[in-house]
Design a binder for this molecule. Structure first.
Ligand code: A2P
Length: 242
């Protein structure tokens, strides 16, 4: 999958200790022969490393077979153990050492982010969170914009929650001559949201990359965002290891 993704033009790879995909992605990148400087690799460490972030990131790098990552994220705030400020202080140091070019968080709320910023004066560069038209997170995105934090969407296609069969989405797809997934990914792209659709199918990999010229209007974007009001439950991230 990594080899065919690179062939198609993908350059951004999202991994995590929890996903158990670091070895496979690292091998795929090496086998492809692509120049390290031409790819962007993200990874995330788990709760057990909040108190030992240097050790955590060292494990990520070993599994990936890389000497730095482009982006290292705290995978989850794990408020029950209340060590995410310590994890963040560690990532700031690891960025200074060059082991992570950029640092950020995943699944942090504005309250968690405020605590990091108050404690260290340093905002995450990215916060990766569940985000799609059924769950468009306006409060979180406004907070990110106010603090220069890039918003990144995980499970952008809604992970089987019916989004791709939603009549508004299929109607737009028909009008624009694209697939429902391309409508959703274009909704991310035109709003400046970084997104990481996952597919192991070569045809879907190709269509998910071809989303920069779909032709959504501002009214289409607003209509898609209004699906959030329809009250579909977001997925439970804990269940999927996010
Ligand atoms: P597949 O690998 O068979 O393409 P998530 O990122 O939320 O986990 O969702 C990924 C899921 O969405 C995968 O099951 C993937 O299946 C499916 N998927 C990815 N791209 C598309 C697409 N363009 N159209 C329909 N389903 C897709």
């Amino acid at each position: 999958v990594v080899a065919s993704a690179i062939e198609l033009g993908y350059r951004h790879f999202d991994t995590a200790e929890n996903y158990e995909n670091e070895r496979g992605v690292g091998d795929g990148l090496r086998d492809s022969g692509i120049d390290r400087a031409d790819i962007w690799v993200t990874t995330k460490f788990n709760r057990r490393w909040h108190a030992a972030p240097a050790e955590g990131l060292k494990g990520n790098l070993q599994r990936l077979g890389l000497d730095y990552v482009d982006l290292a994220l705290i995978h989850w705030p794990n408020p029950d153990q209340d060590r995410y400020v310590q994890a963040w202080e560690g990532l700031i140091e690891l960025r200074a050492q060059g082991l992570a070019r950029a640092i950020g968080t995943s699944n942090f709320t504005p309250a968690h982010l405020t605590r990091l910023i108050d404690a260290t004066g340093v905002a995450p560069e990215v916060n990766q969170l569940e985000l799609h038209p059924y769950f468009d997170r306006p409060a979180e995105r406004a907070f990110h914009a106010a603090h220069g934090i890039v918003t990144e969407a995980w499970s952008p296609l809604g992970r089987g929650n019916g989004l791709l069969d939603e009549p508004l989405v299929t109607g737009l797809a028909g009008r624009l001559g694209v697939t429902p997934a391309q409508v959703i990914l274009a909704w991310d792209v035109v709003q400046g949201i970084v997104t990481i659709p996952k597919s192991s199918d070569p045809g879907r990999l190709a269509q998910n990359l071809d989303v920069f010229d779909v032709g959504l209007t501002d009214a289409d974007v607003a209509a898609l965002s209004a699906l959030t009001a329809s009250g579909i439950e977001p997925v439970d991230p804990e269940r999927f290891g996010h």
